[in-house]
Design a protein around this ligand. Structure first.
Ligand code: SF4
Ligand code: SF4
Length: 198
């Protein structure tokens, strides 16, 4: 009796699936719906005033378990700063063949400069093309290298999963510190304040 019940249960599942909609995603003809926390190609973000958030500290490179990140830092010219810190990344490279898209670089970054974006079509031909530099990852750049190359040849727009790169909300909109910020000196308490109990 129990085997008949199990058989009926199994057939019931089959019948249910027979009348449900197919779940096949017709990729690449249709865009893939990505989850908000998807880990795709990295994005190097900027502050709202345009300065790069990356200060070249290399913490992301130290945190990377795949040794995929290479950073060279240089001093900012106070008259024409690149970043909001004393230093900026003159070279910032990620080897996408080494990267395992774990997101530890994003976790380690103290300024929210490097974030995991949504580009996932990274397949390419030459080893050197898998090394992404600042010019491939700054927030102004849309798409991966092969996507941009194809768009250049075909004149078509870059296919995007999302219109905007993902930026950690708690760090977005945070004003950068000024390069030469005047030191804030706390006012000395007045004699009345000292005895007022506040
Ligand atoms: S996602 Fe992980 S493996 Fe890739 S660069 Fe960042 S820390 Fe390294
Ligand atoms: S991306 Fe972040 S952690 Fe990496 S060098 Fe720049 S500021 Fe430092």
């Amino acid at each position: 009796m129990s085997s008949i019940a199990a058989l009926a249960q199994g057939l019931g599942i089959t019948l249910k699936a027979l009348f449900s909609k197919p779940v096949t995603i017709p990729y690449p003809d249709a865009p893939v719906a990505l989850k908000p926390r998807f880990h795709g190609r990295h994005v190097l973000t900027r502050h709202p005033n345009g300065l790069e958030k990356c200060i070249g500290c290399s913490l992301c490179a130290a945190a990377c378990p795949a040794y995929a990140i290479y950073v060279e830092a240089a001093e900012n010219d106070p008259a024409h700063p690149v970043s909001a810190g004393e230093r900026y990344a003159s070279v910032y490279e990620i080897n996408m063949l080494r990267c395992i898209f774990c997101g530890l670089c994003e976790e380690a970054c103290p300024t929210g400069a490097v974030v995991m974006g949504y580009d996932f079509e990274l397949a390419d031909y030459r080893y050197s093309d898998f090394v992404y530099g600042k010019g491939d990852m700054l927030v102004d750049v849309q798409g991966s290298k092969p996507q941009r190359r194809e768009a250049q040849y075909t004149g078509q727009d870059i296919k995007k999963g999302y219109a905007l790169p993902y930026v950690r909300p708690e760090l977005e909109g945070v004003q950068p510190p000024l390069l030469k910020k005047p030191r804030q000196v706390a006012p000395k308490p007045q004699a009345d304040d000292e005895h007022s109990g506040h």
